[in-house]
Design a protein around this ligand. Structure first.
Ligand SMILES: C[S@@+](CC[C@H](N)C(=O)[O-])C[C@H]1O[C@@H](n2cnc3c(N)ncnc32)[C@H](O)[C@@H]1O
Length: 455
């Protein structure tokens, strides 16, 4: 109930155009903004208009009342079969009713869904980094579902049951799935902690060598509890630690018999500025990268790709720093429900700086923070776009009403693999066997494919 209410609430915000005069880029952004507006669906346009004019809620409430009356009348006349589904989430997300076209109130579910979509279309739309030629991944939602079916029983055998501060279920699945799909010749991870991600990589590729870069060797954790040390992994840890950016990659890859760096998968979970990591990876010739903590704007302890791409010229990007705005009010309300929802005050710094966190480019677990100008931030996004062939955010495995999580913001994440309301599927996959806490670590993990260098 609370979740559904919040889902609805989380949807009624509008994006404001940036204050162009303040960032000094004149009409350029408006030009881009208008370009994105051309692609807005009619529902978005109508909802935005209604939100602006203040008619949205009266119309939605009236529509809801009409739906209820229609449902009661049609039920009493026995015109349509009433579904056995119950609960508010099933009412609004009656995907379980795929066998029948009718939801809990006996109303065709697509009418209800349309209503929800109308509200959802006014959400703080999540933005994505744009890839150069609009390329996307090869796998489909069905492939993800099949993978999930397989991965549940693998995850049950994990050596580190409580991986607080490390990956939970969603990202473990994402990393396993991507790795298995790609079948790299070598896997590199930066940031291993107790070794859970090393274990995930090993499950995906049983015989492929791993290089693990992490200041503290995972074996050190063994004294205190469960940890994972891999037999086919070279550790750059302890006194052998060398930061990813300082590694002589030509020599190291050569030593491991790798001629082609594009056949390597690099996994970053080291909480470093992702722009810095991306540039280092591009320089070394790596092509397949996964960033574990792809923090949303206003959250996290390092500058992430998602933050870099949160730009007004990218659809769904950019923020309003007006304290007296719809966005500010909605953000404030959402804070009560979603832990990662951020207040305008937390997001915006002096001069209405919303990029990064209050205009800072965070690095190294928040230990090094550099204030950046809007122009630098904008140039960073241009650079990222210029090297991206694919940008794909791993979706949450299941909707928040199924996983009972409140940590990530559903309005700012891709649609889950198992959608809210599909409890039967959630149960069939075996996901009910896990503690809800394993679903708490979702931070928009992203798979990135670097494009061929253009000459
Ligand atoms: C969030 S933990 C990694 C969790 C791990 N991947 C997992 O799933 O369990 C971050 C790790 O990054 C390590 N780290 C810190 N600075 C680093 C650096 N410059 N390069 C690589 N790892 C670093 C930390 O010591 C810590 O082990």
């Amino acid at each position: 109930m609370k979740t559904t209410h919040n889902l609805l609430e989380g949807t009624v915000s509008t994006r404001r155009p940036p204050h162009t005069s303040e960032n000094g880029r004149g009409g350029e952004e408006f030009a881009d903004e208008s370009k994105t507006r051309k692609h807005m669906s009619i529902a978005i346009r109508i909802t935005n208009y209604l939100t602006r004019t203040g008619y949205l809620w009266p119309i939605l409430v009236s529509a809801f009342v009409v739906v209820i009356i229609y449902s009661l009348v049609s039920r009493s006349l026995d015109f349509v079969p009433a579904s056995s589904s119950s609960g508010i989430s099933r009412l609004f997300f009656p995907v379980d009713a795929v066998e029948s076209d009718f939801g809990a109130l006996g109303v065709p579910w697509y009418i209800l869904r349309l209503l929800v979509q109308l509200i959802a279309s006014a959400e703080i739309i999540r933005q994505c980094c744009k890839s150069k030629h609009g390329k996307t991944v090869e796998w489909t939602p069905k492939d993800l579902l099949l993978g999930l079916e397989e991965f549940v029983s693998i995850y049950e055998t994990r050596p580190i049951k409580n991986n607080m501060y490390g990956m939970g279920f969603d990202h473990s699945f994402g990393l396993w799935f991507i790795t298995r799909w790609m079948k790299p010749d070598l896997m590199i991870e930066s940031g291993a902690f107790k070794g859970h991600s090393t274990w995930v990589l090993r499950q995906a590729m049983p015989d492929t060598p791993i290089l693990s870069i992490t200041p503290r060797h995972p074996e050190k954790y063994l004294k205190k509890g469960p940890a994972y040390v891999d037999g086919n992994c070279t550790y750059f840890a302890g006194k052998d630690f060398v930061d990813f950016g300082s590694m002589d990659w030509e020599r190291v890859l050569g030593k491991h018999g790798i001629q082609d760096p594009t056949r390597v998968l690099v996994f970053f979970d080291d909480h470093q500025n992702e722009l810095k990591r991306l540039k280092q990876a591009v320089k070394a010739g790596f092509k397949h990268l996964v960033f574990e903590d792809n923090y949303d704007t206003g959250t996290g302890d390092h500058y992430s790709l998602r933050q870099i791409c949160d730009q007004p010229y990218i659809r769904g990007g950019g923020h309003s720093c007006f304290r007296d705005s719809d966005e500010a009010r909605i953000r404030y309300r959402r804070r009560k429900f979603w832990e990662k929802a951020v207040d305008t005050d937390e997001l915006c710094g002096p001069g209405e700086a919303w990029w990064g966190v209050r205009g800072y480019m965070r690095d190294d677990f928040n230990h090094s923070n550099k204030a950046i100008t809007y122009d630098e931030h904008f140039q960073n996004s241009r650079f990222v776009e210029s090297v991206l062939d694919v940008y794909w955010e791993v979706p949450p495995v299941a909707g928040p009403s199924l996983t009972h999580q409140t940590r990530y913001e559903p309005a700012r994440a891709p649609s889950p693999i198992v959608k809210d309301g599909r409890f039967a599927l959630f149960q069939r996959l075996g996901l009910t066997r896990f503690e809800p806490s394993v679903f708490n670590g979702y931070t928009q993990m992203v798979y990135v494919q670097v494009s061929e260098l253009e000459t």
